[in-house]
Design a protein around this ligand. Structure first.
Ligand SMILES: [Zn+2]
Length: 78
């Protein structure tokens, strides 16, 4: 089973928070998050936003978040 990339994780995160992933994908998601500080921060921020708003905003990938992700992932690749 190939590991998820950061890009794939970002695409899956709303489904994950919705509990909409199949168990296998959810497990790979969690494995990636456990090993990837950038995605860990990202998921935590989204979870926090979701619990504050009671829902995951459709605009969860705001410009601010995208900029944050770009810099986080750039740091990781170094
Ligand atoms: Zn990652």
């Amino acid at each position: 089973m190939p590991e998820l990339t950061c890009q794939e994780l970002v695409e899956l995160v709303t489904d994950y928070l919705d509990g909409a992933l199949d168990p296998d994908t959810a497990r790979r998601f969690e494995e990636h998050v456990a090993e990837c500080p950038g995605c860990q921060t990202y998921v935590e921020q989204l979870e926090e936003t979701a619990s504050r708003l009671g829902t995951i905003p459709a605009e969860s990938l705001s410009e601010e978040m995208q900029a944050f992700l770009r810099s986080a992932f750039r740091d990781l690749r170094r």
